[in-house]
Design a protein around this ligand. Structure first.
Ligand SMILES: [Zn+2]
Length: 626
């Protein structure tokens, strides 16, 4: 396809009907939606929105609290879009009524800068004011699309108009661009939804002004790189600073590039993607090599035990990938989105759906955490927690997971003219629009646990189905109605163009086996080791399955064979992989000059996303290789 010609196919066009994501969506609808509502209510986030707070009262509004609420609304709306629910809508409507009641006549709406520090309004770049506005906009669009109710959208539009006037027209704020990006991609969404050019112009203004303004002062603990303001965006070709900010910005840039068809900005987005995926991303699709600033560090710096890998950052990476494949259908983008979604993002939530990780390390050592916990506060270092919790003070990740799972079918398809691109595979029924008219498709698959995908066409006509060959797949067959299909390969997509009849089947048979993956030798933490992969999933070992033998001492043969069995883990069926490995016999003392003998042990691996669901235990994803 030509560059910039891709059109998204929204999750609204698809109904997930079975398989992996149906199970997750059912769980999230049954558990997560309400669990987050309860947590946010308990912690005063809803109360704060009423703006009754005065000094000495509980529930002092925090600068980013309302973004948690509007992200929850957005996530809830994605479920309501599939099935209306008066009780859930009543909860949202009540929250919307607080917004409508507290919004000022000029459109301003932010609890912290109304009741805590009203004099600081639009003066503190790093304080999430515009970030909250961005999430308000996204939540409002989602709720309007799901229910047809426009009250929240009216609030968001009125606020967006104020921001447009203050920032783009009058330049009357004390800074020029937001310290925490997000509003850029939200404004592009608002532009798509309303077709009002000023929202695109405002997004463009924020993107183009970033890195050029002397008024964009920052706090001591941050620097311009932390907020991607060290250079104009078109000169930024390495991913720097706070990962979530960076990836929300890059997503907004990709939206803008596609909208304006700007080659230069599109090229920069591609370079940023390559810098991340070829230099700065964990094998689990996690990003953020350090807790300090929740940020990217430098090429190949991917420490295991202190990996930050915020759940939101991987969700943001997937958002960026989806925008990239609209600009240029190249299977690398969907490969990366899957890596992020099936590993780090899902590690962010327990199999029970109500406990969450903010950080997702790739190896953990409970002994180190226990020692750290025993120390006085002043001597503690920062380590990732080992057990998911019900809520965080900074609770950005849980509602982000709700948004992700609710709208997961966003990752299935895009279209360009009469080409249907099938990116990520899920069991679903979809209706999408080609140049020649609507097409209905049904997809059946047990992905990511099995590599067979069947797409049934329900609409007659001549069009192309471009099916992504996953980057991990070494052997595949593509059949139409049971016979070998003719196809051309384009940037990782098998393009099958023919006169489709209703009921025709396109079968994609991707051979899914366990594989060993090694990191570049410059990744010093992974030297001499390999990760075991199955489809898009990274596998991990947990200490409790290995008689507490040190997991870092596990050696596997290159030719190791695994037997896969589906087993219930906390009520959810996951594949478990049994093989054999070797560890050294234990010896006394600290060092020895006599090579220790090795003994064989059974190895049990589970998908990385399922780690830490059975109690605190050692975990690793990287193994020594014989
Ligand atoms: Zn987060």
């Amino acid at each position: 396809m030509g560059r910039f010609t891709g059109e998204p196919v929204s999750f609204m066009n698809s109904n997930i009907t079975g398989g992996f994501w149906k199970q997750r969506q059912d769980l999230f609808r049954a558990v997560t939606v309400d669990a987050l509502y309860d947590r946010f209510k308990e912690t005063g986030r809803f109360e704060a929105m009423k703006m009754n707070w005065r000094e000495g009262m509980p529930y002092k509004p925090h600068i980013f609290w309302e973004s948690d609420v509007t992200k929850w609304i957005e996530g809830a709306a994605y479920f309501l879009q599939k099935k209306r629910d008066p009780e859930l809508e009543a909860r949202v409507d009540e929250l919307v009524s607080y917004m409508a009641r507290t919004q000022e006549d000029n459109g301003y709406l932010n609890a912290y800068f109304t009741v805590v520090e009203p004099e600081a309004r639009f003066t503190r770049r790093t304080d999430h004011e515009l970030y909250c506005a961005g999430h308000l906009i996204e939540g409002a669009i989602a709720y309007a699309e799901a229910t047809g109710k426009k009250a929240m959208l009216e609030v968001a539009v009125k606020y967006a108009d104020l921001i447009d006037r203050v920032f783009r027209v009058e330049h009357s704020a004390a800074f020029d661009t937001p310290g925490h990006e997000e509003i850029e991609l939200a404004l592009m969404k608002l532009y798509d939804y309303t077709k009002e050019e000023r929202y695109r112009l405002l997004a463009e203004y924020f993107i183009n002004t970033r890195g050029t303004s002397e008024r964009d002062e920052t706090y001591d603990f941050t620097d311009q790189e932390h907020m991607q303001s060290h250079k104009p965006v078109r000169m930024q070709n390495t991913a720097e600073g706070h990962c979530v900010r960076a990836l929300y910005l890059y997503s907004g840039m990709a939206d803008l590039a596609r909208s304006t068809k700007e080659e230069k900005l599109g090229d920069i987005c591609r370079q940023l993607f390559e810098n991340i995926t070829e230099r700065r991303m964990y094998i689990t699709g996690g990003v953020g090599s350090t807790y300090r600033g929740e940020s990217f560090t430098f090429d190949y710096d991917l420490p295991e035990y202190t990996a930050y890998n915020e759940t939101c950052a991987s969700i943001a990476l997937a958002l960026f990938c989806r925008r990239m494949w609209l600009m240029d259908a190249d299977s690398r983008y969907a490969d990366c989105a899957e890596r992020a979604l099936y590993n780090t993002a899902l590690s962010g939530v327990s199999l029970s759906g109500d406990e969450f990780f903010y950080e997702n390390p790739v190896s953990v050592n409970p002994g180190r955490n226990a020692f750290n916990e025993s120390r006085p506060d002043g001597l503690k270092e920062h380590l990732p927690i080992l057990k998911r919790v019900k809520s965080f003070d900074c609770s950005c990740c849980p509602p982000n997971l709700l948004r992700m799972v609710g709208s997961i079918a966003d990752y299935m398809y895009s279209v360009s003219g009469n080409i249907i691109y099938a990116h990520c595979y899920m069991e679903a029924e979809t209706e999408l629009m080609l140049s020649d008219g609507p097409v209905r498709l049904k997809q059946m698959t047990a992905y990511p646990y099995e590599g067979d995908v069947t797409i049934i066409t329900e609409t007659e006509g001549r069009y192309t189905i471009a099916a992504r060959i996953p980057g991990w797949c070494r052997k595949y067959d593509i059949l139409v109605n049971g016979c070998k299909a003719e196809f051309r390969l384009e940037k990782g997509y098998a393009c099958v163009e023919r006169d489709w009849k209703a009921g025709d089947s396109l079968q994609l048979k991707y051979s899914m086996e366990t594989r060993l993956a090694e990191a570049n030798p410059k990744v010093i933490d992974a030297c001499g080791r390999a990760a075991v992969m199955y489809g898009p999933c990274v596998l991990c070992a947990e200490g409790m399955d290995h008689a507490d033998r040190p997991l870092k001492d596990i050696r596997i043969d290159r030719g190791v064979q695994f037997e896969k069995r589906m087993e219930a883990l906390e009520g959810i069926s996951v594949p478990v992989f049994y093989g054999k490995a070797f560890v050294r016999r234990p010896f006394d003392g600290l060092y020895t000059e006599h090579p220790a003998e090795e003994e064989e042990i059974p190895l049990r691996l589970i998908p990385y996303f399922a780690w830490a669901n059975r109690g605190i235990t050692e975990m690793t994803t990287w193994f020594l290789v014989h």
